[in-house]
Design a protein around this ligand. Structure first.
Ligand SMILES: [Fe+2]
Length: 397
């Protein structure tokens, strides 16, 4: 069980520690500059492997104050008749009775507004959908951006690679596998699990993510999701009530740290700290869920360090060690043309790096990340967010 929310900035000033960190993060969560240079000539879609150039980035406000009422799910039809249109030959398969559906026969790029509204409501109900045979990568980055913008403002990631001229399209890249690759990843750790809800460190974290496969291994490289509605429901009423009183401090510190030790630029000038309720309400369904984005959690506000770690460790065990409330979405190789879409507000997820020991294709995706509402808990009184004296920094842009 790793408490990697404990991060000390001074580590970066200690040369011995920095050397150690560089080795540990040599296979980190983001594409490495030298790795990408080596791979650029081999990838099928080099236009989706573009390093950040700070001068290319206009000031970008990551805000979406009206999302609670603007969420497109409010306009969706509960029968999803505009998503699953009569006359189409559609195959559907539920990944579990409660969470996730695999769908073939719906072309996302051809959905009209009513279809996109239904898609929003579908994700808000089923949590995630795995769409096969999609044409996003043929339509180009401008189309992907405009598709995402229908659902809300798009996020520009502070550190990750992006599509050329389209910083809103975050790129995740893992080079082809082999024994060296495996050794590089597992020299210092037994797994690479990194559970999180996308960009939970933002004041307005993500509603929907659309994860578009450019290249994917024929097998492996899956994404695992956990249903945090069900995680909340399974708690006893006294613990639910206690958790509803808690505020979590999220942070981008892990990203800043990875960027610093791996020589990547970051658009964020400093470590950001953002407060969100541990239990949040969904703006469309009204359902409560835990907002447990493990990888971006700094601590629980107002608790002593040992108390905070104790509860975070409980949550980790409760949410992440329970296959009953999890599903596994696969990408099934480059030719499956998979797009996985999900609702970040009640799901956390992690990539599965089980293909690294095999000579196989790269895992290369781009992600459209839509900003949602500022997380809130219905009926909870707004408290003074500065009351415990935490050192908080507003976003620089
Ligand atoms: Fe993610």
């Amino acid at each position: 069980m790793g408490n990697y929310w404990k991060v000390a900035g001074s580590e970066l000033n200690d040369q011995l520690h920095l050397k150690d960190l560089k080795e540990q993060y040599s296979s980190g969560k983001l594409a490495d500059a030298s790795e990408v240079e080596n791979e650029l000539s081999k990838v099928k879609y080099p236009e989706y492997l573009n390093k950040i150039k700070l001068e290319d980035v206009a000031v970008h406000e990551h805000v979406n104050p009206d999302h609670v009422k603007n969420d497109k799910g409010h306009l969706g039809d509960p029968t999803f008749k505009n998503l699953f249109k009569a006359g189409l030959k559609i195959e559907k398969f539920d990944l579990s009775p409660n969470l996730g559906t695999e769908i073939d026969g719906v072309q996302l790029s051809e959905l009209d507004d009513a279809g996109r509204n239904d898609l929003a409501l579908f994700l808000e109900t089923r949590g995630l959908a795995v769409f096969r045979n999609q044409d996003f990568r043929d339509k180009g980055p401008a189309f992907a951006r405009s598709f995402g913008q229908y659902f809300g403002p798009l996020h520009i990631h502070p550190v990750a690679y992006s599509a050329k001229d389209h910083p809103e399209l975050l790129v995740t890249f893992r080079g082809a596998g082999g024994p060296e690759r495996w050794e590089q990843n597992f020299r210092f750790k037994t797994n690479t699990n990194a559970w999180h809800s996308d960009i939970s460190f933002e004041e307005y974290p993500s509603s929907f993510s659309f994860f578009v496969a450019l290249e994917a291994p024929p097998s492996g490289g899956d994404t695992v999701f956990v249903d945090l509605r069900e995680a909340y429901k399974r708690l006893s009423p006294p613990l639910q009530k206690f958790f509803e009183s808690l505020t979590i401090i999220h942070s981008n510190e892990i990203l800043q740290k990875v960027a610093a030790v791996r020589g990547l630029l970051s658009r964020d000038k400093k470590v950001l700290y953002t407060e969100h309720p541990l239990v949040r309400s969904h703006p469309v369904t009204g359902e409560k869920s835990l907002f447990f984005s493990r990888g971006f959690i700094h601590k629980i506000k107002g608790l002593k360090e040992s108390e905070s770690a104790f509860i975070l460790n409980f949550l980790e065990d409760h949410c992440l060690n329970n296959p009953e409330i999890q599903v596994r979405a696969n990408h099934r190789g480059t030719d499956a043309r998979t797009v996985i879409a999900w609702d970040n507000r009640f799901l956390a997820h992690t990539a599965v790096l089980d293909f690294l020991n095999h000579e196989t294709s790269a895992r290369h995706h781009f992600r459209i990340t839509v900003l949602g509402e500022k997380p809130y808990l219905e009926d909870k009184k707004v408290e003074d967010s500065d009351s415990d004296g935490e050192d908080r920094h507003p976003r620089a842009y």
